[in-house]
Design a protein around this ligand. Structure first.
Ligand SMILES: Nc1nc2c(ncn2[C@@H]2O[C@H](COP(=O)(O)OP(=O)(O)OP(=O)(O)O)[C@@H](O)[C@H]2O)c(=O)[nH]1
Ligand SMILES: C=C(OP(=O)(O)O)C(=O)O
Length: 228
């Protein structure tokens, strides 16, 4: 994404480095397998690319670091304007995010850092901007997922320890860590993560990005009984 295509950053707001983990599409989003079948890999990749495409268009986001060992997704994400870095150490999601945060802070010490999951295919740049603006008021904060169990966005201001606790019931884990939950009624697209078929339909109702829309169209196309 070129700087011309970005919306202007609101004055007085801090810039954010956004760290986004992307599992290899061939193994990611396994809970969608019963619904998506052979289309699951393409769908998982499409959702991650749409999520990061929207993040790159957010006026508060200075840089997106996509943490992924997936070369195919990485190539597209780099083309869109993300900095693509591999998983290091190979210790799972929170370890990869910690590594991404260290790299982000070394590159841009003036920015705050946030970690956002890559399964938000309906993400709207302006809704992400609202969440990040609210996050400026707290040392650490987070956005809970639409189901009320997990987390989609974890934010740490400059000079504050970055200690995400993604995985499973992470909303409770983030609350007990002292992070403040950002309870904004106007950011449904930031909260709507997609793990299941039902999530996907709900995200579609919000309006998914173009790649996810195309992947879903291919997936839902009726099979031609005359084709071999
Ligand atoms: N780079 C990286 N990303 C990860 C890792 N584990 C999860 N993610 C990403 O973190 C986000 C949340 O992960 P999950 O919702 O648990 O996704 P998932 O493992 O692909 O989904 P399931 O297989 O259905 O559990 C998604 O954006 C994943 O791509 C990891 O070990 N490394
Ligand atoms: C990893 C998490 O998400 P998911 O529900 O997508 O697995 C989480 O909410 O901490």
């Amino acid at each position: 994404m070129s700087t011309q295509e970005r919306l202007a950053q609101p004055s007085g707001s801090v810039g954010w480095s956004l760290v986004v983990p992307v599992k290899p599409a061939a193994i990611g989003k396994s809970r969608l397998a019963p619904f998506a079948g052979q289309h699951r890999t393409g769908l998982a990749r499409a959702m991650a690319i749409d999520t990061i495409g929207a993040a790159l268009a957010c006026p508060s986001v200075t840089e997106v670091l996509a943490i992924t060992p997936d070369p195919e997704s990485g190539a597209v994400l780099a083309e869109l304007g993300a900095l693509v870095v591999p998983d290091e150490p190979t210790g799972g999601l929170n370890a990869a995010l910690g590594h991404g945060c260290a790299l982000a802070r070394a590159r841009r010490p003036d920015c705050a850092v946030a970690a956002m999951l890559a399964d938000l295919p309906a993400l709207r740049p302006q809704e992400l901007a609202l969440a990040l603006a609210a996050a400026q008021a707290h040392p650490t904060s987070f956005v809970g997922d639409a189901a009320g169990i997990g987390t989609t966005l974890y934010c740490a201001n400059q000079g504050v320890a970055f200690a995400p606790r993604f995985g499973g019931p992470s909303r409770a884990a983030h609350l007990s860590s002292g992070a403040v939950e950002l309870l904004l009624p106007t950011i449904p697209s930031v909260r709507k993560d997609v793990d299941t078929e039902e999530d996907l339909h709900q995200a579609r109702d919000l309006g998914v990005g173009p790649r996810t829309d195309a992947a879903l169209t291919a997936l839902l196309r009726p099979v031609d009984p005359g084709a071999d």
